[in-house]
Design a protein around this ligand. Sequence first.
Ligand SMILES: [Zn+2]
Length: 525
Amino acid sequence: MNYKVLYRKYRPSDFENIVGQDYIIKTLKNSIKNGNISHAYIFSGPRGTGKTSTAKVFAKAINCLNSKDGDPCGECDFCLNFAENPDIIEIDAASNNGVDEIRTLIDNVKLTPTNGKYKVYIIDEVHMLSTSAFNALLLTLEEPPAHSIFILATTNIENVPITILSRCQRFDFQKIKIDDIVNRLKTVCEKESIDIEDEALQEIAELSDGGMRDSLSLLDQLSKNGQKITLELIEKQIKTISQKSINDFLNTIEDNDFNKCLEIINDYRMRAVDYKTLIKKIITIASKKAKNIKLNGKIQRLNDKDYKNLVLKLAESLTKININVDSYTILEMYLLDFFETNNSNQNTITEEEKNVIIEQPKEMQEESIREENRKENVKIDNSLIDIRINNCFVGAQKKYLEEAKEDLSNYSSSINITGKIKAIMLDSTVVAASNTNLILTCKNEHNIDTANNMLNTIEESIQNEINKQYKLIFISESRWQKEREKYIVNIKNKVQYKLLDEVVKEVDDNIAINDVFDKSKVEII
Ligand SMILES: [Zn+2]
């Protein structure tokens, strides 16, 4: 059997196949085309991002007998015999004999190349060299022979002496984008006839954290037994946690379901999921949520600050894992703390607020904890979106809905409606209506913020066109589903909806929706 591990087999042999480092490749190719080659380079960046592969292709291209456009031809004697070429010298500074090899290298550096134009020295993990090895290397870099080129690679540029750095042309390799990794993996799977589901491709790419080599090693490992590669297989074999699993976990927090949260943690514990990896993933996803909520100004049960607090708590839990206790127990306690803080914040409703939120029958207040959760949903957040949804429900009737549909259909088809408003109207559907308030959903989430940022403009335009005074609010379809369910529960429980004052009267179209919803600016009278 001539089995080659995938990452070796698919190691790029030309610039074109190096993924995700376009700027670096372009610069290197240009320098070859222009014959403007330095004697020392340093490639820094995370593992598996293509530093050594790039160094090798570069070494090939500068020696190639008929390089085209900066690329190695792949056909000349030099290209064909590249792997055995004695003029390409690779040293791993992390290995034990690194220092000896550097000495030998420096002793022989004056010797001219046997085949090509240049002798190329690739020194991997160069930051691992001892001080004396660095000093010896520095002397060579200060006066390099014309035929020698040094390519230093490191995952840890901070530990490379500045004296060395100042002699080198520096290239910083970036983590490879998930999509780029997915595409490359897809190609490899097709060539190797590996059966894999799309979700699994995505998961492997995410797990390898921007490293191509790691992603190929993972693929290798997963493809060994010939089974179709699925998310379940990955979870089982790598003892890891899929994105979906993390989302389920975060949903328990979003749903305020501590029970379910503990269940999931216990599942991680039983599967001996690596604690650090798990927390790192949760932190990554929770911070993304926090940022998205802040950026989109969407309102949900947990806001960006809640997610920020969660992330900080989780990060803090990482500092405790050296204590000789099950890390998951520590996690549970941190989460317990989070749930408690989070709920006490939710319960601090002022007496004034109680008067303006939906009235709750007394008996409801004495129900079980599960009911408590539901009641929380009854609470109206004091934002314009929530107020307008509430106010629409106060007088919502089917006949108004039908009327509104017809009105907006007439309005949208008017020749005066163009541009942004037209796009919004075509994308939206009236889902609830009173005689004054309409709730609309947008298919395209992006339109929601745009629309809510220009409510005054749209409302005025409606009045001008069809002489109707509607107050609108735009929400996502998924939000509408939730609002509708809440509404049905409330109606069943005979909860009375009361009209809420809109305190944000003048919504300037130029003010971002975030500002409008800043709690300090929205007061309940
Ligand atoms: Zn060639």
